[in-house]
Design a protein around this ligand. Sequence first.
Ligand code: SF4
Length: 295
Amino acid sequence: MKIPLSLSSSAMQAFSSPNRCTWCDGCGDYGIWSAAKRALVTLGLQPWQVLLCYDVGCHGNMSDKLGGYRFHGLHGRVIPLAAGAALANPKVPVIAFGGDGASFSEGVGHLVHAVRSNYRMTFVLHNNANYGLTTGQASALTWQGQTMNSSPNGIPEETLNSMDFIFSLRPTFVARGFSGNIPQLTEILQAAIQHRGFAFVDILQACPTYNRFATHEWLLAHCYDAHAEGHDPKDFEKARKVAVDTRERVATGILYQNEDIPAFHERLKPRQGVKTTPVEEVKIMDVSQWLKEFV
Ligand code: SF4
């Protein structure tokens, strides 16, 4: 779907917040914020029809800046809380936002199990290749050899190949965007929100304060639209190859999508054929007898 250049200002306004932005000038979070809002509005969602979950990090300050039901979790733990909400009410779109620091270190176990479980939710990775909020320490995705605040002699470890890692988990949706390409990012997020299962959206973003290697200019020069070059997002092996190979250029767009694999809640045998959601059921369930056992 092509995104109209101007969206209804009242619909956009519904997601607005009076809180001032505290991100640094030139931060990629601004582009992701804008694309997320545009995607929600284009899908016709109102703030009360979506759950937005945030990890701790610079990106997490978006919880004050984008309307909707919001939950700001603990560091590295955004996925389990978002997955729990998605299981409780699969009818509500759930979006979890996390940074590369938390998601590929403290929270990496949650990421592994969310991908293999195929929970029906979107995970947006704010990938600025460092821990920005705590002043520029190296993350697992910082380029090897780069000097960072906590590593003045350069990063000795190999950079984690995050895309190879994600593809090794047999995902059902993988996309990569760039915070400087808001129209493409909006389309990616729309597709991710509508995906049947777990949608992994890696967004390369500038962090002009601490990331001096993958700058906005570097990303502009290296990112390309894989679809414009005929990429087929249905071919798993080709998608993996295109996603992993970032030596010369970086492919963006929906790199892989498979809608044939049921989401986690669809595979739960006791839930099959059940039309109601767990949140609807607890409203009419009498638990007084069970509670007596604990008082
Ligand atoms: Fe953005 Fe980096 Fe500033 Fe954090 S430190 S607000 S990621 S530019």
